[in-house]
Design a protein around this ligand. Structure first.
Ligand code: DNO
Length: 357
């Protein structure tokens, strides 16, 4: 695995040299943030990003995200032009050594939380989700600092109305159409697409969500078997769905998981949760067992610690402060090292026993 850390480009308050100081972090996960969704990422912009990372001694092999234009999700006639643009962005990224592109197919909204500063008894704060609070929210008045994009209220109204005719099946067809359109560019550029699960993994404001669990993974692979069609395995997003068996998914799809977002959460209701520190003991997901399942399944992709709490007085970008994510990286480094060595030694021992028989 390669340990990475998300960096929000030059406007991120965390300098690359701080990221470089986190043990074992070989690269950042970043993006070109000032190109409107749907337009081609120009080579000069990618080159600048790569130069900044390179100068800091960090790789930039993973992009999170190249956002997908809503017209593609809606299957509008303009989608062919937009898909061609997306494919060109992939080719351009390939020229600069990018190996993996994370994206999502959530209509209109990206990840959703209802509180960004839920206090814990130790004085830290974290993100949380309450379904009851969500139901009271007006989708036309939502802003989350972590989102890659936001809309004007007229655009939002228009989009919400257009999605009324989009069923889950139609949205899935549009995803397959999109993937088939970009796979040739991925083959050419050697780039793996890694879809991020819907967060949380259920419909929002009457909008369909289709990347919610194992069945979605099965459907996607059956529809587009190309090796470049794969997953971002986000433990927090998938784990919010109580019915998801993370260990089974990790094991089954380990070789198709090109990128893993690993974080912890604590359930506080059927659909409600609070994000927690990364340790297994800090929440309800067995992070140790997830890492073990990934390794045993043959995972060799990129990893990043996911949302952190605000600790030590930091007032970081929601979920993306420095300190707790750095602690998360260190914890995950320890898990990976220990489990990889155990699995490797077990393999060697097995071979030796076979030989001496
Ligand atoms: C939230 C992130 C998501 C993710 C996108 C990928 O913290 O995991 O915003 O970057 O959904 O496209």
């Amino acid at each position: 695995m390669k340990m990475t850390f998300r960096w929000y480009g030059e406007q991120d308050s965390i300098p690359l040299r701080f990221i470089k100081q986190i043990p074992n972090v070989s690269g950042v996960v970043t993006a070109v943030y000032d190109t409107p969704v749907g337009e081609v990422w120009q080579e000069e912009k990618i080159a600048r990003l790569m130069r900044l990372c390179g100068e800091a001694g960090l790789e930039a092999e993973v992009i999170e995200s190249v956002p997908v234009h809503e017209d593609i999700k809606l299957g509008k006639p303009s989608r062919d032009r937009l898909i061609a643009n997306y494919a060109q962005t992939i080719r351009n990224l390939g020229k600069f050594g990018v190996k993996c592109v994370c994206y999502n197919f959530m209509p209109v909204f990206d990840w959703l939380r209802t509180d960004l500063k839920t206090p814990a008894s130790d004085g830290s704060t974290s993100l949380s989700y309450s379904h009851e609070a969500l139901l009271k929210l007006d989708p036309k008045n939502l802003h989350l600092p972590g989102w890659d994009e936001s809309y004007t209220s007229e655009e939002l109204n228009g989009l919400l109305a257009e999605y009324k005719r989009i069923t889950h099946e139609k949205l899935f067809e549009n995803l397959v159409y999109f993937l088939n359109g970009i796979m040739p560019a991925c083959d050419e550029a050697g780039i793996n697409m890694a879809i991020h699960p819907d967060d949380p993994p259920w419909d929002m404001f009457g909008l369909p969500r289709i990347v919610t669990g194992e069945q979605s993974y099965d459907k996607m692979i059956n529809a587009v078997p190309n090796k470049h069609n794969g997953f971002t395995f986000c433990t927090g997003s998938l784990g919010a769905g109580r019915g998801n068996d993370l260990l089974a998914m990790a094991k089954k799809y380990a070789r198709r998981i090109y990128f893993a977002h690993i974080r912890q959460l604590k359930y506080c209701g059927e659909k409600d949760f609070i994000e927690a520190g990364h340790l297994t003991d800090a929440g309800d997901l067995d992070i140790y067992a997830v890492v073990k399942a990934l390794i045993e399944g043959g995972f060799c992709g990129y990893v990043r610690p996911d949302h952190g709490r605000n600790i030590w007085g930091e007032n970081g970008k929601a979920g993306y402060g420095l300190y707790d994510r750095a602690l998360g990286a260190c914890y995950l480094n320890g898990l990976f090292e220990a489990i990889e060595k155990t699995v490797r030694n077990a393999g060697v021992e097995k071979k030796l026993t076979e030989k001496t028989r």
